[in-house]
Design a protein around this ligand. Structure first.
Ligand code: FMN
Length: 357
């Protein structure tokens, strides 16, 4: 969390506001953190913990660590090298990167910096025609996974961000083709590389589960739904052909007074079973947080703001350091709990409010 303070110092008010904001009174944002206190670790002793092995299998690929970089838009707002610095750090630290639809760098450039194609986070364009163009483009770039974000289809109220933007005295038109204060996202998107040749409209509010069927038919990529917050929707996702789900509330940036994602995770894992890939993000700041999610049954854990704190303060090096700290803390927790491999971490490794799950 030391990086948070440094990021705040490094960033102009509007950009800090974009990073730090939740929605309304930021209660869901806070719940993501507070909910970790509902869980305690059950450490086993006298297991040989000389070596820890963090390797994790995800969609047939072997990951070095169960921690991945989640999608954060417009990363040039945080550092001039933006998504490229993040990609270089991800490559150096052998970490999977998920690229945002509203990235300030194109998927093709990120792919060359990363040395492999990233996961692609989809904000669905408003028409099927534009959606198909975007999906074909990222498929051609080699992206193995399409993560469709479905928690912003109704819009949102980022009040904290709006306040910071109002306090910013700079002339935004030197970088933005329209003032971010105006909230005209369609026009803003037109300047984003992933919307080249497209209208810029996105997040159709009329989307239903039939959209999942149609998207699934459109692509060979694995399809993951980002923003699943109930057992019912996790089951529907599986029934409609999704290959995995991400338990997420957009880092507390979608709906207000929701639950912390770690509190949602048990019902989702129980609904779809341990063989179905369930990912989670929201409020992960310590290796022990990651450990709790793995114990409940998450396949891997996404981080958002922490690596952006590192990026804002120190560019690529900052992202690398944040990834290193997460990995070192998770390794330590795994060894302390007598579970030095991912397979050994399970429901017996954790308690909820003192009771077995
Ligand atoms: C500044 C910012 C921008 C984000 N942009 C996107 C985005 O473009 N697409 C998306 O699916 N999620 C986006 N997210 C949500 C993250 O992918 C992730 O769900 C969330 O940040 C996890 O919570 P954390 O920040 O507490 O780690 C963004 C989050 C932040 C903080």
């Amino acid at each position: 969390m030391d990086f948070e303070l440094l990021a705040r110092k490094a960033l102009p008010p509007a950009h800090w506001g974009y990073l730090t904001t939740g929605v309304d009174d930021d209660k869901t944002l806070r719940m993501n953190r507070e909910a970790f206190d509902h869980y305690q670790l059950r450490a086993r002793r006298l297991v040989d913990v000389t070596h820890a092995d963090l390797k994790t299998e995800v969609f047939g690929a072997m990951w070095e660590t169960p921690i991945y970089i989640s999608a954060v838009g417009s990363q040039r707002a945080f550092h001039p090298e933006g998504e490229i610095a993040t990609a270089r750090a991800a490559k150096a630290k052998k970490t999977t990167q998920m690229l945002s639809t509203v990235a300030s760098t194109a998927v093709e450039e990120v792919t060359s910096a990363l040395g492999t194609a990233p996961w692609y986070q989809l904000y669905m364009p408003a028409t099927w025609d534009d959606t198909e163009k975007m999906v074909k483009r990222v498929e051609a770039a080699g992206c193995p996974v399409l993560a469709w974000t479905i928690d912003l289809l109704a819009g949102r109220n980022t009040e904290t961000g709006t306040r910071f933007a109002r306090a910013d005295q700079r002339d935004c038109s030197t970088c933005h083709n329209t003032s971010p204060k105006a909230g005209a996202s369609t026009q803003r998107n037109q300047g984003k590389p992933m919307f080249a040749g497209l209208s810029g409209n996105m997040n159709p509010p009329g989307a239903t589960w039939s959209y999942v069927d149609r998207l699934k038919k459109m692509t060979r990529m694995k399809l993951v739904l980002k923003g699943i917050d109930t057992a019912e929707d996790a089951k529907l996702a599986r029934e409609h052909g999704a290959d995995g789900v991400i338990v997420s509330n957009h880092g507390g940036r979608a709906a207000e007074t929701g639950r912390g994602t770690i509190d949602i995770l048990p019902e989702v894992v129980d609904a779809v079973g341990s063989q179905f890939p369930v990912f989670v993000d929201g409020g992960f700041r310590r290796g022990s947080d990651v450990y709790k999610a793995l114990a409940i049954g998450a396949r891997a854990v996404g981080i958002g703001r922490p690596y952006i704190y590192g990026l804002s303060a120190f560019g690529q090096e900052g992202v690398e350091r944040v990834l290193e700290i997460f990995r070192a803390e998770l390794t330590l927790t795994m060894r302390q709990c007598g579970t030095p491999s991912i397979a050994q971490i399970g429901r017996a490794s954790v308690l909820r409010n003192g009771a077995r799950l």
